[in-house]
Design a protein around this ligand. Structure first.
Ligand code: PLP
Length: 360
């Protein structure tokens, strides 16, 4: 059976990339050893690092006054990294609470400052939504504004592009980076854990405007200090070399697919197909307002939750893996990142229609 993995992360990777990595595991670049086993200071690995950064920059058209850092610590590491690097001599920062992950960032921020929290969650006609950016309140004395454009668990997305003048906007792009074009110049700092749309877990990418460097709190651990990382080409300590290498292969694969513009188109097609089947049925439901629906993570409920177990068993047997919803939401969730082909979503929707026919 062809397997499609709908995991929210660590998530599916492009099969071409995995095949290449499989080959490279025993003999990389004719060295007779794998990329995992060579020094991060070797000229071979440094070339991997340089190429990966350049490809990532090309894909997102990152302006030259932004630094790209390859870090440890995941998305949660940056919940601390953002305040420790960007608070400066301010006492507060604005946090937009739009769901589970934005809220988790608020909780971590409390260790370093008193965040000014704006609850953007709202229910409109029984559907979960996010207040438009024009209603977000930004305080004068704040060091930065933080939000999460794609809530992986809630299946809620903020599709607007921020426009807050001089305010330093920071954002957690862990589950949406590289899925569509992004105007980096609207942000002070962007971060993303790799394990959803980029590569293996263990690597976290940070894009930071260079004038924001040099403000880290004196207690900031060196390994998440943006200035230290930048001064050392992200090799202050041993970086997650294999994850970096594999992410580099994903960037090359993305370029071959036509870059983020091509991904944007296919991701829209995938999401339209899946939401279409959910909306055309009384058997399945998604309770997010259409304007805030995530294109990456699609939670859905069965009208009769007693069928959940059977749905999961049968879908797994049909090669459709990891559809169980997050424990805080329940029901189902299909994560359909860049590496999920349209055929995978078709296989899922065919299964859903068939399951409904048999059990509806
Ligand atoms: N932010 C978002 C949007 C996420 O989806 C996740 C993980 O699922 C995290 C942060 C936490 O990432 P990590 O486990 O890499 O710390």
């Amino acid at each position: 059976t062809q397997v499609y993995n709908f995991s929210s992360g660590p998530a599916m990777l492009p099969v071409d990339v995995l095949r290449r990595a499989q080959h490279d595991l025993c003999d990389w670049n004719g060295l007779g050893t794998s990329v995992m086993e060579i020094s991060h200071r070797s000229k071979e690995f440094i070339q991997v690092a340089i190429d990966a950064e350049q490809d990532f920059r090309d894909l997102l058209q990152i302006p030259s006054n932004y630094k790209v850092l390859f870090c440890h610590g995941g998305g949660r590491g940056q919940f601390a990294g953002i305040p420790l690097n960007l608070l400066g001599d301010k006492k507060t920062a604005d946090y937009i609470d739009g769901g589970y992950w934005a809220h988790s960032a608020v909780k971590e921020a409390h260790k370093y400052l008193t965040p000014t929290v704006f609850d953007a969650k709202v229910t409109v006609d029984g559907l979960r939504a996010i207040k438009p950016m024009s209603e977000w309140q930004v305080s004068d004395n704040s060091a930065y504004l933080h939000y999460c454009p794609n809530e992986t668990i809630d299946g809620i997305a903020i599709h607007e592009t921020p426009d807050f003048g001089d305010t330093v906007v920071t954002a957690d792009f862990s589950s949406t980076i590289l899925s569509q074009p992004l105007d980096v110049s609207r942000f002070g700092a962007i971060y993303a854990g790799a394990q959803k749309n980029i590569g293996p877990a263990g690597l976290t990418l940070v894009i930071v405007r260079e004038d924001l460097l040099g403000k880290a709190h004196k207690s900031c651990p060196s390994i998440i200090d943006y200035t230290v990382l930048n001064d050392n080409d992200s090799m202050f300590n041993t970086p997650p070399t294999f994850a970096w290498y594999l992410s580099g292969l994903v960037f090359k694969w993305l370029k071959e697919q036509g870059g983020v513009a091509a991904m944007d188109k296919i991701n829209q097609e995938k999401a339209d197909l899946l939401y279409g089947v959910i909306d055309n049925s009384d058997f399945y439901r998604n309770d997010v307002a259409p304007a805030n629906r995530s294109r990456m993570n699609v939670p859905f409920q069965l009208a009769d939750s007693a069928l959940d177990k059977l749905f999961l068993e049968e879908s797994f047997a049909a090669g459709l893996h990891a559809l169980k919803g997050h424990r805080v939401v329940g029901g189902m969730r299909a994560s359909i990142y860049n590496a999920m082909p349209l055929e995978g979503v078709k296989a899922l929707t065919d299964f859903m229609v068939n399951f409904e026919r048999r059990h509806g």
